[in-house]
Write a protein that binds this ligand. Structure first.
Ligand code: NDP
Length: 290
């Protein structure tokens, strides 16, 4: 039986609707809108598309959107000065600095300048540390979106074997932390992992976040596994994931398509994180059901 398609697009639309409802409650409680500031430096076309769609989604959720478009030759000190102004700005609840930054700018230094309470992307070391030690904090959007899809399909994840392929700070590592927090037995695989197909074959849950088109083949999977494909790769003008969808669909129990799987979740969780940050800053209870 072919695998069930995990419809991230529909799930994300539902999440955005729930966020918009909670935003209305926030506005009536506080008299102001939650605000998300997005900073883009340089002219990377993919980043421009992401920033535009983030701004549009922010407005659709009833929040305020502030876009800061800067030239590629911006100095690191100027960028950090802007982040500091946003930290101090009362109407800004979330700050997102679009990566990658232009050459010569140290991503880590810029992210370190963001107030952790406004770190909508959850990339600040304080938030990474909170996730690692099991404290509440802002969690990176893509892995949190993956976890939501997994819980929606599987319910309680306790005791399941999860293999995450890729150990970036943006996706792989926080994904592994979230799965551990959900009581999975977690393996974090990477480019030096020996016998990756053998490791993947143990998994009830596979999350692929590598950036190599169609790398994970159906023959690597345990029958019935749930497969989350984070990869976004452009091949001959088409978007494909890190998982070979055709062969994986023959073996998996459920799988996210690319596009239409994880991608739409990232923006929906960004809106959720902005509202969570706004609620904490306003001293009101965190939004329920998100
Ligand atoms: P990175 O390039 O930062 O990390 C890739 C990881 O994959 C590294 O840990 C690397 O290992 C590992 N890797 C590389 N080659 C292999 C291999 N042959 N076998 C096993 N592991 C390997 O990528 P990101 O985490 O930023 O992104 C991963 C993918 O997810 C990309 O396609 C990206 O476009 C996509 N993405 C999608 C998002 C969405 O919204 N859907 C959001 C963010 C990313 P090592 O550490 O050893 O080098």
């Amino acid at each position: 039986m072919p695998a069930e398609r995990i419809d991230g697009k529909t799930f994300a639309a539902g999440l955005r609707q729930r966020v918009a409802e909670r935003v209305r409650e926030f506005v009536s409680e506080t008299g102001r809108k939650p605000g998300l500031a997005v900073v883009l430096a340089g002219d990377d076309p993919a980043s421009q598309v992401y920033v535009r769609s983030k701004g549009k989604a922010t407005l659709e959720a009833g929040m305020a959107s502030f876009e800061h478009i800067l030239p590629a030759n911006i100095m690191q000190e100027e960028l950090i000065a802007l982040v500091e102004r946003l930290n101090a700005d009362e109407v800004v609840d979330g700050i997102l600095v679009q990566l990658p930054l232009p050459d010569g700018i140290d991503d880590k230094a810029v992210i370190a300048a963001i107030d952790p309470a406004k770190d909508a992307d959850g990339f600040h070391v304080i938030n990474a540390g909170r996730l690692a030690v099991g404290e509440e904090g802002l969690v990176p959007c893509t892995p949190l979106g993956c976890l939501m899809l997994l819980k929606d399909r599987l319910g309680d994840l306790s005791g399941l074997e999860a293999v995450v392929i890729g150990r970036s700070n943006i996706v792989g590592k926080p994904m592994a932390q979230l799965l551990l927090r959900a009581n999975c037995t977690v393996t974090l695989a990477h480019s030096r992992t020996r016998d990756l197909p053998g490791v993947v074959r143990r998994a009830d849950i596979v999350v692929a976040a590598v950036g190599r088109p169609n790398m994970v083949e159906g023959s690597w999977l345990k029958p019935g596994a749930t497969v989350i494909d984070v990869g976004i790769n452009r091949v001959e003008g088409r978007l494909v994931g890190d998982v070979d969808f055709a062969s994986a669909s023959e073996v998996a129990g459920a799988i996210t398509p690319v596009p239409g799987g994880v991608g739409p979740m990232t923006i929906a969780v960004l809106l959720r994180n902005t509202l969570v940050a706004a609620s904490a800053r306003a001293g009101i209870a965190p939004p329920e059901g998100l």
